[in-house]
Structure formats: structure tokens, C-alpha cells
Design a protein around this ligand. Structure first.
Ligand SMILES: Cc1cc2nc3c(=O)[nH]c(=O)nc-3n(C[C@H](O)[C@H](O)[C@H](O)COP(=O)(O)OP(=O)(O)OC[C@H]3O[C@@H](n4cnc5c(N)ncnc54)[C@H](O)[C@@H]3O)c2cc1C
Length: 452
């Protein structure tokens, strides 16, 4: 049992830190716009050349700010994560990334056109003069190219064709893109060339972003790995292609993990040290050990069974807000739905959630998630109704499973319950839609998709 005195802080509650983070982000945006206004904004623009140039300046400033925001959104800052939840952060990261590249392209076009009009030359000669006559514009152009490549590689249609590792490698190059862009900001930005407070502010903003990235993405996991000495304790085969990894370490209660959350795990052996993968806890953390259960679906997960006891582990997290703190339904009742291996966080929640709880496990074939016996035992021990629904949705016979009507038949008061739904993206989306049609209010539907 968790040591009550060391109970981790409740999730889903906006802490003063979370308010502070929102305030800091909002204030910085206001300062960025103010820098542009202070430099004349649109008021000093009398000719079309001025209007283009002024538009180019504000889009440039906003692009640079949104690039920094991109870094903050994936820096895994715990207060930012608790403010919104990891899944929403990922959505914001993706939207902000697209906004950033649009602002960047607008900046390039508007500045080029504005300068060309001012210099009374064509676009071609102006591009050449920008590249040759201004500091670090070549670097900034390469940076823009890299960022464009990152956004293109993240478009659904392209990402589907790329291996995750290839996509991730391209994605990592965004840091190089940001640095290359940063090089020209102070030497060429009208707002900063005069030095003084704006320049100091810009340096400080970039330094703070870098510090957050290094502190939370690099140092925190390393320090935690040293403090907790997290290691593989044992590896257990649960069924065909399904493996549980038990991890032990020191003072694990201080990780602050809750049932329903996940970590991004990096196993420090020769084969795996370069890859980090997200897996949910498949048992409620008890302060002494952690457990994940992995289904073989690709290169990494297929080889998880060869992990050797004693292997050191670096874990980023705990992440996610798929926890009991999200409960909103006035009835206090809950429906837990897991699709295939998506049962892992549900299994952990079953241990700790109190009240009237119904569980549904949807599998294509019996034994798909390997944890069936354990689920049955736990449900019996806690007196919780468990429905295991077996069948391939492509077969006519299974097509009715988890439709709105079926959901209402299975759990007549489904609309009064909080619903925790976890599974592969397609399943989570389809069942989520059906749950809404069955009357579950949006605020009571909590979804964890097994895809980032
Ligand atoms: C929040 C979350 C919790 C998860 N919990 C579990 C769990 O408890 N048990 C379980 O079996 N699976 C879980 N997954 C899925 C698991 O992370 C992927 O199946 C695994 O990373 C696949 O890696 P692979 O190399 O074996 O397969 P691949 O064939 O390389 O990938 C299969 C799919 O997994 C995704 N993926 C691959 N590598 C990564 C990565 N490093 N980070 C993010 N996504 C990746 C990609 O979308 C890819 O299309 C979870 C995923 C998420 C996002």
C-alpha cells in the first residue's frame, strides 16, 4: 500500500504552479507583441513596402516565440503536463508546430517582398542580397528548410509511411532548425539591434527555454534514475506475445506515479539504449515496484522478453492524466473500457478506484492481452462486474459489439458514468463516438490512445 504520508499530489487540480506557467506564457506573448509595437508596429507603415516589412517583423517574432513554445510543450515540465494532460499537450504541440511553420513562411515572404519594394529591385536580386548581405540569413534559411521537413514528416499521410525511428530522427533535427534560426534574430531583428532591455529579454527567453529542456528532458530523468536506481527486476511471459516487466528501485513512492499513468521507458542495454517507448503501468504503483505489460507489435516490443534482470532503466514521467482524479460524474459511477492491450492502465485503475465500477475488455481473440486471468481474479476479489467481449469487428457477428445500443444494454446507466477508455487509436475513436451517442457527456469521457 502507498505510504499515506507520502501520498503524491492530486492530479487534475490546477496547482499554483500551473497558473504561474499559464501566466508566464501569456505575459511573454504580450511582451513579444509589445516589442513589435514599440518599434512602430503598423503605425509607422505608410507605404506598401513598410506594411510588408512590418508584417514580416511581427510574423518573425511570433514564429520565433512559437518555436520556443514548441520546445516548452515537449520539455515534459511536470506543471505544464498536469495543467493539460500529455495527450492534449501533444495535440497543442502539433497545432503550434503548424502555426509556427506558417508564421515562418509568412515572415520569409513578407520580409523579402517588403525589402525588395524598399530597395526597388526584383525578388530574385533581393533574395541574393538578403543571403549575401545580412548576417546568418543562410543559416536561418537552412533552419526554415529543416522545420518545413519536420512538419511535412508529421503530416498523417507521410508519418504513416515512415518508421517511428525515422520520423523521430527527423523530428529531433528541429532543435538544429531552431538554433539556426535563432542566430539571425538578434543581429537582424529591428527590435533587438539597438541592444538594451529587449536584447537582454530575448537572450533570457531563449536561455530559459533551453534550461527547461535540459532540466526536464535530460537532467531530471538522469537524477531520478540515480536516486531511484530503477532496474528490471523480472520479466514474465503472460501469454503469446505479451510480456510483463517488473521494475524495482529505491523510494519509488517519491516518483509520484498514479494508477492510469505511463512513463517513457529507456532500457540501458546495448540493443535498446537509443530508443525510448511509452508504456502504461499495468499495476497500481505500490512504492516498491512498478510493472508494465507489453504486447509484441513491432521491433522493440517483440524483443522485450529478452530484457535481462538487473538492466538499468531511465523513465520519463509519470505522464498522463488518465487517473481517478479526472472523475466528474455526479453519480460517482465508473465504466472502464480497455481494447486489447489497452487494458493495462485499466487493470491498474481497477486496483485503486473505489465505488460502483463496471469493466469491459474488448479483444479480437481470447488471450489477446495476456492478463485475462488476472483481470478475472481482481474483478472477483473486488466484486466488480467484468465483461470480456471477444470478436473481430470485421466479422458480421462482432459488428454490434460496443455500438450505442449494445453499450446501453450492457451498462444501462452508461450515460450517468465516468468512462475511462483506452486502446489503439482506431478503437478508441470508434468506441468514443459510440459512447457519446449512448449519452456519455464529453466531460465524463476520458480517453488514453496508445499513440503519440
Ligand atoms: C501513452 C501510451 C501508453 C502505451 N502503453 C502501452 C502498454 O501498456 N502496452 C503496450 O503494449 N503498448 C503500449 N503503448 C504502445 C507502445 O508504445 C507501442 O506499441 C510501442 O512503442 C511500439 O514500438 P515497436 O518498435 O515495438 O513497434 P513499431 O512497429 O515500431 O511501432 C508500432 C506503432 O507504435 C508507435 N510507436 C513506435 N515507437 C514509439 C515510440 N518510441 N513512442 C511512441 N510511439 C511509438 C508508432 O505509432 C508505430 O506506428 C502505449 C502507447 C502510448 C502512447
Amino acid at each position: 500500500m502507498q505510504d499515506e504520508k507520502r501520498k503524491p499530489p492530486e492530479l487534475g487540480v490546477l496547482s499554483p504552479w500551473a497558473w504561474l506557467v499559464s501566466l508566464v506564457l501569456g505575459l511573454n506573448l504580450a511582451v513579444v507583441v509589445w516589442l513589435w509595437l514599440r518599434d512602430g508596429g503598423i503605425t509607422k507603415a505608410h507605404t506598401s513596402a513598410d506594411i510588408f516589412t512590418s508584417g514580416g517583423r511581427i510574423t518573425g517574432l511570433l514564429a520565433a516565440y512559437s518555436a520556443l513554445l514548441q520546445v516548452v510543450l515537449i520539455a515534459r515540465i511536470p506543471w505544464v503536463e498536469r495543467l493539460t494532460g500529455f495527450d492534449r499537450l501533444t495535440v497543442w504541440h502539433s497545432r503550434n508546430g503548424k502555426a509556427c511553420i506558417l508564421l515562418l513562411l509568412a515572415h520569409v515572404v513578407l520580409i523579402t517582398v517588403g525589402y525588395a519594394e524598399t530597395d526597388k529591385v526584383g525578388i530574385g536580386p533581393e533574395i541574393s542580397s538578403l543571403l549575401n548581405g545580412y548576417p546568418h540569413i543562410v543559416a536561418a534559411t537552412i533552419g526554415t528548410g529543416i522545420m518545413l521537413l519536420v512538419v511535412v514528416s508529421s503530416l498523417v499521410i507521410v508519418r504513416r509511411r515512415l518508421r517511428h525511428e525515422a520520423w523521430y530522427a527527423v523530428h529531433l533535427s528541429v532543435y538544429a532548425g531552431i538554433v539556426l534560426g535563432y542566430l539571425h534574430e538578434v543581429p537582424t531583428g529591428n527590435e533587438f539591434t539597438t541592444g538594451g532591455a529587449p536584447q537582454i529579454y530575448w537572450y533570457a527567453l531563449n536561455a530559459a527555454t533551453l534550461a527547461a529542456l535540459v532540466a526536464f528532458r535530460v537532467l531530471r530523468p538522469l537524477v531520478r534514475a540515480a536516486i531511484h536506481d530503477l532496474r528490471v527486476d523480472r520479466v514474465v511471459t503472460e501469454g503469446p506475445g505479451v510480456t510483463s516487466v517488473y521494475l524495482s528501485g529505491r523510494r519509488l513512492h517519491r516518483l509520484g506515479a498514479h494508477a492510469g499513468q505511463f512513463f517513457v521507458w529507456r532500457f540501458l542495454d546495448r540493443k535498446r539504449v537509443w530508443q525510448a517507448h511509452p508504456f502504461s503501468l499495468s499495476a497500481a504503483p505500490d512504492g516498491r515496484q512498478l510493472r508494465i505489460t507489453v504486447k509484441a507489435s513491432g521491433d522493440f516490443s517483440r524483443r522485450i522478453a529478452d530484457l535481462r534482470p538487473g538492466t538499468r532503466v531511465v523513465a520519463e514521467g509519470p505522464l498522463g492524466t488518465f487517473t481517478t482524479a479526472r472523475r466528474r460524474a455526479p453519480s460517482g459511477k465508473v465504466l472502464l473500457v480497455g481494447g486489447g492491450i489497452g487494458i493495462t492502465p485499466i487493470r491498474a485503475l481497477m486496483e485503486t478506484m473505489a465505488g460502483d465500477i463496471v469493466i469491459v475488455h474488448r479483444v479480437v481473440q481470447a488471450g489477446d492481452a495476456g492478463l485475462e486471468n488476472e483481470l478475472r481474479d481482481l474483478a472477483t476479489a473486488r466484486g466488480l462486474p467484468l465483461h470480456v467481449l471477444v470478436g473481430d469487428h470485421r466479422d458480421g457477428a462482432a459488428a454490434d459489439l460496443l455500438t450505442p445500443d449494445h453499450l446501453r444494454t450492457l451498462v444501462p446507466d452508461v450515460a450517468e458514468r465516468d468512462v475511462y477508455l483506452c486502446g489503439p487509436p482506431a478503437m478508441a475513436e470508434a468506441v468514443g463516438r459510440n459512447l457519446r451517442r449512448a449519452g456519455v457527456p464529453r466531460r465524463c469521457l476520458h480517453t488514453e490512445r496508445f499513440a503519440l
